[in-house]
Design a protein around this ligand. Structure first.
Ligand code: ZN
Length: 468
């Protein structure tokens, strides 16, 4: 019995469901999803104004900025009036340091997290019990739309729960009986490991799978190629672009619908698909502005958003760096929520090793920054320039420490498979796309493995389930 794991899990459950406003917010969200567009706009206006007043009262950064700009909450007479407020970039947030934190929360009581860093490097963000409870209510709304109940067990195929020691021990999965979650390591995902994961999911009676499209579609392709069946209620994907072919493969492999969602640790914008596969911006979560990239007629837009609920670190008009394609409603589900066509700003190729392991953007970023502790980097780009070679280009900031980065580099190299070599290269700026975005992972090598031809691996990972 792993008491440490159980205690951590019980603490997470308490924070998400019982210490914050989870149940009251959930009840409210169940009602508001059926309101009219006008009623939702009224809610947004009230919450937006409240957020600005709160930020002015409690956050030194905004107090100073509003004073300098001569901006007052009285200037907001409709949600669109927020456009007279300046856009906040990730660089602004880094430079603001603790002045962007609300002073009515002692910092030691806040929980610290990192953003996913799809634009190259993660950002430190903070939460309170209030914001955790609210966030969880929105997450459960999404689970409701995907037909996943509180009693259903979910498997996760993403990097965030894999600790350094788990990675060192090549631990493949761990089951959390309190949260009813089976965490599978996406770092060790190879064709040979897939049957082990399927058995673990069957053993723990998993109903749904949540994770990165790159990892889940790889899993699905192996299942289809090897005729390994596993029926689930739903699959939920996030953090990376989900293509139509990925969606089709996943749906076929697990005989269920695929739901996709976009969010972020900054807690400003939340988008997820409904029962009809339509992407909906969640209007009670934040005020989302879609700003056309190339003039007013362009349907491709940047997401700039103001979150309503993360009170320890309110972000007003935060530029997420992500792009969406505008859609048109209404949706057949009957909700008046804004509709978008697709989330396009999260593209990144997959790093593929000669032995068949695949690493998507989210895994690479998480591994370098969170697991290996790289810090003070402004931009990163992983470029696979040969089947067995990656160049990691990085842009340091003024606090950069070469010795610390060398330590992180060594750890990072140690975690990747032996059949791929890595070089780090300091640059002034990493490559941008024509729309100015950073593609964090670029593959310059053609993928030669045929869909049905997965290589047989040496399988150096060992099966090790924690004894929870
Ligand atoms: Zn819908």
């Amino acid at each position: 019995m792993n008491y440490k794991l159980l205690a951590a899990s019980a603490s997470h459950l308490m924070a998400k469901r019982f210490l914050g406003p989870f149940w009251s917010r959930r009840k409210w969200l169940n009602r508001t999803q059926w309101l009219s567009a006008d009623e939702l706009s009224d809610i947004q206006f009230k919450l937006l104004k409240q957020t600005i007043q709160y930020a002015k009262r409690n956050v030194p950064y905004y107090r100073r900025q509003m004073k300098n700009q001569g901006f007052s909450s009285e200037d907001i007479r409709s949600p669109a009036d927020i456009r007279s407020f300046p856009i906040l970039t990730k660089r602004d947030v880094i430079d603001a340091g603790d002045t962007i934190l609300a002073q009515n929360f002692p910092k030691f009581l806040l929980r610290h997290a990192h953003t996913g860093g799809t634009t190259g490097a993660p950002l430190s963000v903070y939460r309170s019990l209030f914001s955790i409870g609210n966030e969880h209510a929105f997450v459960r709304r999404q689970w409701d739309w995907a037909q996943i109940g509180f009693k259903d067990r979910c498997a996760y195929l993403r990097g965030s729960i894999i600790t350094e020691s788990n990675l060192m021990n090549r631990r493949l999965y761990t089951y959390d009986p309190i949260m009813k979650e089976l965490h599978l390591s996406s770092y060790h995902l190879t064709p040979e490991i897939v049957p082990t994961y399927i058995e673990a999911m069957k053993k723990h009676k998993v109903a749904a799978l949540v994770g990165y499209p790159s990892a889940i579609s790889f899993f699905a392709r192996v299942c289809l190629a090897r005729n390994r069946s596993l029926a689930l209620k739903s699959v939920l994907t996030t953090s990376e672009a989900l293509t139509m072919s990925m969606r089709e493969e996943i749906s076929r492999a697990f005989a269920c619908p695929v739901y996709d969602f976009y969010g972020g640790a900054e807690r400003v914008c939340y988008i997820f698909t409904c029962e009809h596969g339509c992407y909906h911006i969640q209007p009670e979560y934040g005020y989302t502005e879609l700003i056309p990239v190339n003039g007013p007629q362009d349907n491709t837009c940047r997401i700039v958003a103001t979150g309503f609920w993360n009170t320890p670190m309110p972000l007003i008009r935060y530029d997420t760096g992500d792009l969406v394609v505008k859609g048109s409603g209404p949706c057949r589900c009957g909700r008046a929520f804004p509709v978008i066509e697709s989330v396009t700003g999260r593209e990144g190729d997959v790093i593929k090793t000669p032995s068949g392991e695949e690493f998507g953007v989210t895994i690479m970023i998480h591994l370098l920054y969170v697991v290996c502790g790289a810090a003070n980097i402004l931009e990163t780009q992983f470029i696979q320039d040969a089947p067995d070679h990656i160049t990691v280009e990085y842009v340091p900031d003024e606090k950069f420490c070469a010795d610390d980065f060398c330590t992180a580099q060594r750890k990072f190299i140690g975690y990747l498979p032996d059949d791929i070599t890595i070089d780090f290269k300091r640059v002034k700026a990493v490559q941008r796309t024509s729309s100015g975005k950073i593609r964090p992972v670029i593959s310059l090598t053609p993928i030669t493995t045929e869909e049905n031809d997965f290589p047989v691996l040496t399988g150096k990972a060992k099966v090790c389930e924690s004894k929870a």
